[in-house]
Design a protein around this ligand. Structure first.
Ligand SMILES: Nc1ncnc2c1ncn2[C@@H]1O[C@H](COP(=O)(O)OP(=O)(O)OP(=O)(O)O)[C@@H](O)[C@H]1O
Ligand SMILES: [Mg+2]
Length: 269
């Protein structure tokens, strides 16, 4: 590694991790098999792959919501086995409590643990500013658009200052324009907070735009199929998507998932 480049410190390691579910039919279902992946501090990594390949299961393992049935996971640089307190998760749909104001929703994780102090309130306000909701602090969730609610959920995920943000299709329920807006906001949030982010997405474009690396999983049972370094220059913006290197990386990931284009009308094999 050339001098001057920061040392890459692992923060998440999946080592041959697998998950087998017992199903109601009685047959075991192999959801994830032999999944190995190292994610480094401050990286943004996207996890893509066909529906049902085990992306959410991987995220749930890292959040401590699902035990691996084989292999192992390490969080916090190989020191802490399963250091789940370092982790926050954002789901596809905002999960705000409808009877609390936006500010109180952002403070909720603090309230579960202790009484919020003035410092917590001012941090919550900073986070609301970071996601562009500074004027909405006293509003109730139903007064917010879907995009605003998801912004509030992201602010809430940061209140306990986790080292790792796990995001499961966080923009999947939003319209295309709001989605583009939030994608670029996520890059700003990352620039400001330097969190390590693992993002599950169905959008190859989104994965290439936002990530340092894209992990492609195969169809079930989900395994690592390809790991793609995204060297599109930063800072990135909407215009990055027109660059030849961006398009070539998107095509490589598309080919990984669907197979190369062949035959009449460019149908896939
Ligand atoms: N609790 C469970 N019990 C049994 N099977 C499960 C359970 N959770 C997930 N599965 C199965 O494991 C496989 C992987 O599911 P998972 O939700 O991780 O996929 P995914 O890649 O996130 O899919 P999608 O892209 O549609 O969100 C699927 O076949 C699913 O049916
Ligand atoms: Mg999923």
């Amino acid at each position: 590694m050339p001098s001057g480049e920061p040392r890459r410190e692992p923060i998440i390691e999946l080592a041959h991790a697998g998950v087998i579910f017992a199903t109601s039919k009685g047959d075991p279902l192999v959801a994830v098999e032999d999944m190995s992946l190292t994610i480094y501090r401050e990286e943004i990594v996207s996890l893509v792959g066909p529906s049902g390949c085990g992306k959410s299961t991987v995220l749930r393992m890292l959040a401590g919501l699902q035990q691996p049935t084989s292999g192992d996971i390490w969080i916090g640089g190989g020191k802490t086995r399963r250091g789940f307190s370092e982790v926050a998760i954002v789901f596809q749909r905002p999960t705000l409590l409808p009877w609390l104001s936006v500010m109180d929703n952002v403070l909720y994780p603090v309230k579960v643990l202790q009484r919020p102090t003035k410092a917590h309130r001012s941090r919550a306000m900073e986070l609301l500013e970071l996601v562009g909701l500074q004027d909405m602090a006293e509003r109730m969730p139903h007064e917010l658009s879907g995009g605003m609610q998801q912004r509030a959920s992201i602010a809430r995920s940061l209140i306990l200052d986790p080292k790792i943000l796990l995001m499961d299709e966080p923009f999947g329920a939003l319209d295309a324009l709001t989605r583009e807006d939030l994608q670029l906001d996520l890059l700003d949030i990352h620039a400001e907070t330097r969190k390590t982010i693992l993002l599950v997405t169905h959008s190859i474009n989104e994965a290439v735009l936002l990530s340092d690396r894209v992990a492609v999983m195969s169809a079930r049972p989900g395994r690592m199929q390809d790991l793609v370094e995204i060297d599109v220059p930063k800072p990135r913006g909407a215009e990055s998507a027109a660059r030849p290197d961006f398009l070539a990386l998107s095509q490589r990931i598309r080919d990984d998932i669907f197979g190369p284009r062949t035959g009449r009308k460019g149908r896939r094999a």
